[in-house]
Design a protein around this ligand. Structure first.
Ligand SMILES: C[S@@+](CC[C@H](N)C(=O)[O-])C[C@H]1O[C@@H](n2cnc3c(N)ncnc32)[C@H](O)[C@@H]1O
Length: 334
């Protein structure tokens, strides 16, 4: 049989890891910013970026091959395409996920562990870090700075179905379990002026949320508690919200978390479980992104029935189910 050399070359190009890592290394070293003022030699660039000249020169040559840089007389400069990699002082550029010095950039690298997800069903992070994503991010060096960049982001994904939920309109106190940097709490308190909130999250996220609440003048009505949400939660609130949290956990752990909320909610509190599912929306347009969500979460695809089954296992009853666009909201009680 004659080997299909063109086919082999195509497959190797599809499987290439060097080019994606070259682009990421260029972004992390901010090469485009260094070259913005004019062409430089590899030695100049090594001095400016703190890099080692010999491997850097090979990186620069590959970036020339990729059309991101051009080279003439030992000096490198930006092409029109390479100019797009300039980041300046902007905290969140379009390519921030390519910066390997940031938490976001490091989470992107987890795609290398896709096999772990496909073989075990557990998110790639367990294969890569031996823990879940959030514990890893919480402990990662530099995390608080990264999180500051998130503080401006409003909550998304058809959030109104949660913000306007009738249970929240009647409530005076809410606990946002896994509330991240506080975007949802800020939106809830803005929409419901009589509501007070306690946010629970891991220390770096809770710290960023506290900053957000202070900056928004909400610190009288919103508290951020740094605590593990598998430990006993503040008891007796009117509503416990779990928004986009359960997708990160397998069924057994999700039931444990629901039981923990049920314990705190007692006989009178309500639990709102809200999940975002992008799979149906994306599967025909971006299979890579659909796979990415599958890889980084334990289960991004639970339906209202799946969530109701988890709730039943945790001893909870479903009072109402709402769905709008990408978001599902289940109202649960003990
Ligand atoms: C996908 S984010 C959800 C953020 C937010 N609720 C929303 O609707 O966008 C999951 C959150 O759960 C938090 N989390 C994960 N494990 C936790 C734990 N053991 N204790 C407290 N928070 C945790 C993460 O830090 C993260 O902020």
């Amino acid at each position: 049989m004659t080997p299909d050399l063109a086919g082999h070359a195509r497959i190797m190009a599809l499987a290439d890891l060097v080019t994606p890592m070259s682009v990421r290394t260029a972004v992390t070293l901010r090469l485009a910013d260094h070259l913005d003022a004019g062409d430089l030699t590899a030695d100049d660039l090594a001095a400016r970026t703190g890099a080692v000249p010999r491997p850097l020169r090979k990186l620069l040559d590959h970036l020339v091959h990729l059309g991101l840089l051009r080279a003439a007389e030992g000096r490198y400069g930006l092409t029109d395409l390479g100019r797009l990699l300039r980041r300046g002082e902007a905290p969140m550029g379009p390519f921030d996920q390519l910066d390997l010095d940031t938490v976001l950039g490091r989470t992107e690298l987890s795609a290398v562990h896709l096999l772990h997800k496909v073989r075990t069903g557990r998110s790639v992070y367990h294969g890569m870090y031996g823990t879940d994503l959030w514990t890893h991010v919480d402990r990662a060096p530099g995390t608080p700075d990264d999180l500051k960049a998130q503080l401006a982001l409003p909550p998304g994904f058809d959030i109104d179905v949660l913000l306007d939920h009738p249970v929240l309109a009647r409530a005076r106190t809410v606990v946002d379990v896994g509330g991240n940097t506080g975007a949802l709490v800020e939106a809830l308190l803005t929409r419901h002026p009589d509501l007070s909130a306690t946010l629970i999250d891991l220390p770096s996220f809770a710290g960023a949320a506290a900053q957000r609440f202070a900056a928004a003048g909400l610190d009288g009505r919103a508290a951020a508690l740094a605590q593990d949400f598998f430990q006993p939660l503040p008891a007796g609130a009117d509503v416990y919200v779990l928004s986009a949290v359960l997708a990160d956990w397998d069924d057994e752990t999700a039931v444990r978390l629901l039981r923990n909320c049920a314990l705190a909610a007692g006989g009178t509190g309500r639990i709102l479980v809200s999940e975002v599912s992008l799979t149906e929306r994306l599967r025909h347009v971006d299979t890579g992104m659909t796979l990415w969500f599958e890889a980084v979460m334990d289960n991004p695809d639970r339906s209202p029935d799946d969530l109701a089954a988890l709730a039943a296992e945790a001893g909870l009853k479903v009072a109402a189910v709402e769905q709008a666009g990408t978001r599902i909201v289940l109202e649960l009680h003990g």
